[in-house]
Design a binder for this molecule. Structure first.
Ligand code: FES
Ligand SMILES: [Fe+2]
Length: 382
């Protein structure tokens, strides 16, 4: 049966609600319309990304006073900076004069200077200089600070929200805390962070990263080797309103992904267990005893997704490395190759979602997180 593209938001969100209400052993993946609808993409920005926490990266990306990074939550550019008192702050990256973007990329600065007419802002966002404005009777420096945004640090992650009234990250992730705390990931040392953009819908990439079902097949030449999957993935009852996760028990003899001999924090099976949390909507990471790698996604329209992609190593892995540069280079090559394997998958799925006879099929029990993601989307959109 040929499919007619449906852009009716009500019908799509009704279908989403119906999918979400299925028991997980009788559910399906998201339907093609959910990846293609412009109306749904607008609703996702308004109902999800502008109202939730987004992960901007890691605290050690900006260790020194004046270090800053930029990021976009939907269409909203933001600056996150280590301010003069050492705390991390977030603010709108839009000049209060005529709305130019104030800062680009990342770096270190003593103050932010708008490239258009030179208005300057302190690290706290206060307007401290504005040339040739003395004749303007409606100019009041005190009223023209960059808009400050909610910012929270949680176990080394920086989260920002555009909402003033929002429950704290710590409250939302209280149950996750117990699971990740023994790893002490806040002490992991970031070894790279990059921004990438792929040609797919953000939800396809979310679904891809959060499930382990594809690892031994799609990643058999990279991170999926050595995964006898039914023994290695153990189903954790991970459902929560704000996150989900999956655990992997690695074989004893793996060279990568298990605790370093000098790791004193983890004991017993946790020394070879990785946790793979997804903090809704789009912060996902693999937390292994010796490393972590993460993606934080933002949609860029229906068919593009921006991602901040980074990785960190446990402190003892760095400390006892024979050659740190070689170690980091090989680690990055492995993750980059894995990323490329995923890119081909998720871009292909997006293209196929446009095909006249594409249709979503049933999920495996190894894709429980995918169904929980559907349920999260339904709570926000339906
Ligand atoms: S827009 Fe920034 S100084 Fe004019
Ligand atoms: Fe993958």
């Amino acid at each position: 049966m040929l499919k007619v593209k449906n852009n009716n938001l009500k019908e799509i969100t009704d279908e989403l609600a119906s999918l979400a209400s299925n028991p997980s052993e009788r559910t399906l993946g998201l339907s093609p319309d959910m990846f293609l609808s412009e109306e749904l993409a607008t609703a996702e920005l308004e109902q999800i990304f502008y109202k939730e926490w987004s992960c901007i990266g890691r605290e050690d990306d900006i260790p020194n006073i004046g270090d800053f990074v930029t990021f976009k939550i939907g269409d909203q550019p933001i600056i996150v900076v280590r301010s003069a008192d050492g705390s991390i702050r977030a603010m709108s990256n839009i000049c209060r004069h005529r709305m130019m973007t104030v800062a680009e990329g990342h770096g270190n600065t003593r103050q932010f200077s708008c490239p258009y007419h030179g208005w300057t802002y302190s690290l706290e966002g206060s307007l401290v200089g504005a040339p040739h404005m003395t004749c303007s009777k409606n100019f009041d420096k005190e009223e023209l600070s960059l808009r400050v945004l909610r910012c929270e640090i949680w176990h080394g992650w920086i989260y920002v929200s555009l909402m003033d009234e929002i429950t704290s990250v710590a409250d939302r992730l209280e149950q996750l805390e117990a699971i990740v705390q023994p790893y002490e990931m806040e002490h992991y040392v970031t070894v790279f962070v990059e921004d990438w953009e792929w040609n797919t819908n953000w939800k396809i990439l979310c679904q891809n990263f959060m499930e382990g079902y594809h690892l031994p097949v799609a990643h058999r030449s990279t991170v999926g080797r050595n995964f006898p999957i039914e023994q290695t993935i153990f189903d954790s009852d991970g459902a929560s309103e704000w996150f989900t996760y999956q655990c992997f028990l690695k074989p004893n003899d793996m060279a990568f992904g298990i605790a370093h001999p000098m790791n004193q924090r983890l004991i017993g099976p946790s020394r070879r267990t990785s946790v793979m949390p997804t903090v809704f909507p789009s912060h996902m990471y693999v937390l292994a005893p010796d490393h972590l790698w993460y993606l934080s996604l933002q949609p860029d329209g229906v068919g593009k997704v921006r991602m901040r992609y980074g990785a960190a190593l446990a402190p003892e892995v760095i400390q006892y490395a024979e050659n740190e540069r070689t170690l980091v280079d090989e680690f990055k090559q492995l993750l980059d190759k894995t990323q490329e394997e995923d890119r081909l998958l998720v871009e292909s799925i997006f293209e196929n979602a446009k095909a006249p006879v594409s249709i979503a099929g049933p999920l495996s029990w190894l894709e429980r997180e995918v169904h929980e993601f559907t349920q999260y989307l339904a709570r926000k959109l339906a």
